[in-house]
Design a binder for this molecule. Structure first.
Ligand code: DX5
Ligand code: ZN
Length: 224
C-alpha cells in the first residue's frame, strides 16, 4: 500500500446489540447487509460487570455465516477457554493482557490453534504494552469505552492511542489489523479511520432501526 492509497475499512457489527432471541437470523441479516466480520462479545461477570455468551453460542452461530467470527474475550482467567472457542468456530481470538498472567504465552497459544491472535487495550492501558507483542499479533484492538456494555460514549483520548499504534504497526512492516471498539457511530467512525483504524466494531450504530436499516448503517459506517 502506498501512502496515498486509502486503507480498506472493515466493519464488524457487535452482536451485543442484536436481538438475542433471534441471534442466527440477526447474523444472517448483517452478513447479507455487507458486514466484513461478526464481532462476538464474550463477558463473564468477573473480568467485566456483565455476562453474555459462551462457546456453545459461538458454535450455534457458526453455520449462519461464512464471514470471520471475531471473538472478543472479556473473561478471566482466559487460557483454559481458548481451545473451546477455537473448536466452536472462532476465526479471531482477542484477549486482554489483564485477563491472564502471561499474555505472550496466551498469544502463542492462540496461534498454535491456527487462529488469528488479537490483543486488546482498555482505555487506561498504554500502547507501550504492545512493545514485545507486536511481532506476534495479527490484530490490535483499542477499546474506546471501558468494556462491559454497548451504547457507551466514545472516549476521545483513545484517538491519540490509535495514532500511536498506527505508527507502531507501519514501522513493524507486519500485516496487522487495527481495530476500534466502543461508541463508534457515523460521527466517530471517520475520526477513528483518520487516526489509523481499519476495522470498526459497531453495535448500537449497526443494529439501530432494525434489519431494514442494517445495509445503510454499515455503508455509512464505512464512509460510503
Ligand atoms: C463493549 C464491547 C463492544 C460494544 C460496542 O465491552 O466490547 O463491542 O458492544 O457497542 P457500541 O457499538 O454500542 O458502543
Ligand atoms: Zn467488543
Amino acid at each position: 500500500m502506498t501512502a496515498f492509497e486509502p486503507r480498506s475499512i472493515r466493519i464488524a457489527p457487535s452482536i451485543l446489540s442484536a436481538d438475542f432471541a433471534r441471534l442466527g437470523e440477526e447474523v444472517r441479516a448483517i452478513d447479507a447487509a455487507g458486514c466484513d466480520w461478526v464481532h462476538v462479545d464474550v463477558m463473564d461477570g468477573h473480568f467485566v460487570p456483565n455476562i453474555t455468551i459462551g462457546p456453545m453460542v459461538v458454535k450455534a452461530l457458526r453455520p449462519h455465516t461464512t464471514k470471520p467470527l471475531d471473538v472478543h474475550l472479556m473473561i478471566s482467567p482466559i487460557d483454559s477457554f481458548l481451545d473451546a472457542f477455537a473448536e466452536a468456530g472462532a476465526d479471531i481470538l482477542t484477549v486482554h493482557p489483564e485477563a491472564g498472567p502471561h499474555i505472550h504465552r496466551t498469544v502463542q497459544h492462540i496461534k498454535s490453534l491456527g487462529k488469528m491472535a488479537g490483543v486488546v487495550l482498555n482505555p487506561g492501558t498504554p500502547a507501550k504494552m504492545l512493545d514485545y507483542l507486536i511481532d506476534d499479533v495479527d490484530l490490535i484492538l483499542v477499546m474506546s469505552v471501558n468494556p462491559g456494555f454497548g451504547g457507551q460514549s466514545f472516549i476521545e483520548n483513545q484517538l491519540r492511542k490509535i495514532e500511536a499504534i498506527r505508527k507502531m504497526i507501519d514501522k513493524s512492516g507486519r500485516d496487522i489489523r487495527l481495530q476500534v471498539d466502543g461508541g463508534i457511530d457515523f460521527t466517530t467512525a471517520p475520526r477513528a479511520i483518520a487516526a489509523g483504524a481499519d476495522v470498526l466494531v459497531a453495535g448500537t450504530a449497526t443494529f439501530r432501526g432494525g434489519p431494514d436499516a442494517y445495509a445503510d448503517n454499515i455503508k455509512r459506517l464505512r464512509g460510503g
